[in-house]
Design a protein around this ligand. Structure first.
Ligand code: UN1
Length: 492
């Protein structure tokens, strides 16, 4: 299968473009070839998005929303097909892939509902016979740069609010996962979305991503990915006075207090640390445990890990799939070696799996370190793999302090049965997302998604907050007094 760019409603021929293989991380099978586009394709896509935008913005928002409903129905109809393809392309286990497609469906319907809201404000004017209101206006062409770990969900988090608000889109999916983008492009075509409203350009960050950020006709960029790339996007976009929304790393922790339900905490930790093989920005990477329950927690964690089947995500028995590629495998292993050198105790795991049946894919053993101190590199940097570090503390105050003492601020969680501790924690934990008696993953699409500090730059995906990324506020004053009225000066 050859993936093609989707520009101005057409699947454009590859021409002289080079291609890259799309491989299944479970077994190395080549699934497709995708184009390595250049600045030329970005320019074409932006031209088409710009040309389509004026007319799209004039379509009443409830009618724009009708397309999103249709996209939602198509996603629903194709859910199983898409989930299986997603597992093959990205590696996550089939249940999680179904969940991810569901997240896209939910977002389609949620943002379609916005077509009949997109609320602004009316407010009294300080002068007589004068009316004041504010409305949301589209920005223009939105540039979306999305990651491989949630190749369909995160695209929908960005594209659907952008579209319902009247923007058109140029989208660069990760070059690890072009198939989900290809499928979403086909759905846009099937529902008859007007030409140029959604454009998809495949290729690398340095070429396609940079050309997008530099393009003068893209006024807003929404990026999810690494901090290293995000900082470059911010720098370049900032210079050009663009609105830049960044969603980046995490070093998320589960706090287990001495009054917490340990069995529930074990379930929450395993799910949020090893689900998606730890490749979520919300993944639990640290467990901060009260010293009185540390031994019990460790024992139960180890016992529960016995049943975790590692393998191809299409096998319904599998609990942990492969990581995305060899570089990821090596990076994870590198952090494990650092952890050992730093003096952390390896409780379990810590190896790449290279023997059959794992030798054709990229598998890492689920890994737990204990006796980790909060300032170790292991406890500070994002690993993005199935590795979790246990840190012992003596009190809730210390747990909160350890939780907050990292450069990221995406997600945190506390297991406790004490309402006072829970409310204190939810107030003082400095992350953008806090869970009580659940792990660090599992955000729902109608709440803001994002983090503080090094995780982002103050914007949010999802929820009503996403609309703030893709709209400008326009304040409108209507004076029907028939005379000149000067605000702040005339009293009557
Ligand atoms: C991500 O890891 O980038 O809350 C997104 C969650 C998912 C989304 C994760 N709903 O874990």
């Amino acid at each position: 299968m050859n993936v093609k760019n989707f520009i101005n409603g057409c699947w454009t021929e590859l021409g002289d473009l080079q291609t890259m293989p799309v491989t299944n991380p479970a077994n190395g099978e080549v699934l497709a070839l995708a184009p390595l586009s250049t600045k030329r394709e970005v320019d074409e896509a932006v031209r088409s998005a710009k040309a389509a935008q004026k007319a799209w913005a004039l379509v009443p928002a409830p009618k724009r929303a009708d397309y999103l409903y249709e996209i939602g129905f198509k996603l629903k109809e194709k859910k199983e097909y898409l989930a299986r393809l997603l597992t093959q392309e990205m590696g996550k286990v089939i249940d999680e892939a179904r969940g991810e497609v569901q997240e896209g469906i939910d977002m389609a319907f949620y943002m379609a509902g916005e077509g009949r809201r997109l609320f602004g404000e009316t407010t009294p004017s300080e002068l007589s016979n004068k009316f004041a209101m504010s409305v949301r206006a589209p920005i223009g062409v939105a540039g979306l740069i999305t990651p491989w770990n949630f190749p369909i969900a995160i695209a929908t988090w960005k594209a659907f609010p952008a579209l319902v608000a009247g923007n058109t889109v140029v989208w660069k999916p990760s070059n690890e996962t072009p198939l989900m983008a290809y499928e979403l492009g086909k759905i846009c075509e099937e529902v008859g979305l007007p030409k140029g409203v959604v454009n998809i350009v495949f290729g690398t960050g340095p070429t396609v991503g940079t050309s997008m950020v530099e393009h003068p006709d893209i006024r807003v960029i929404s990026f999810t990915g690494s901090n290293a790339t995000g900082s470059k996007v911010a720098e370049l976009g900032g210079k050009l006075l663009k609105k830049v929304s960044l969603e980046m790393g995490g070093k998320n922790a589960v706090i287990v207090m001495d009054d917490g339900d340990i069995d529930l905490a074990v379930d929450g930790i395993l799910w949020s640390a090893f689900g998606t093989a730890g490749q979520r920005c919300t993944a639990c990477s640290r467990v901060i445990v009260h010293k009185d329950v540390k031994e019990a927690l460790q024992e139960k964690l180890l016992a529960a890990m016995d049943g975790l089947v590692i393998g191809d995500g299409l096998n319904p028995e599998t609990k942990i799939g492969p990581v995305i590629n060899r570089a990821a495998l090596e990076k994870i292993n590198h952090y494990v070696q650092i952890g050992k050198q730093e003096g952390a105790t390896l409780l379990t795991g810590g190896r790449m799996l290279t023997e059959p049946p794992y030798d054709q894919g990229f598998y890492y053993e689920p890994t737990i370190f204990t006796n980790v101190s909060p300032d170790m590199i292991l406890a500070q940097e994002e690993i993005f793999g199935p590795v979790v570090s246990i840190i012992e503390v003596g009190s809730l105050d210390e747990a909160i302090q350890v939780n907050n003492n990292v450069k990221f601020g995406l997600s945190s969680s506390i297991f406790s049965q004490d309402i006072n501790k829970i409310f204190k924690a939810q107030t003082l934990l400095d992350t953008g997302i806090v869970y009580v008696n659940a792990g660090t993953t599992g955000a729902e699409i109608h709440l803001p998604f994002g983090g503080t500090k090094g995780t982002g730059n103050g914007h949010r995906d999802s929820g009503q907050a996403a609309l703030d990324v893709y709209t400008e506020w326009k304040s409108i004053y209507v004076d029907f007094s028939g005379k000149l009225q000067r605000a702040q000066i005339d009293t009557q």
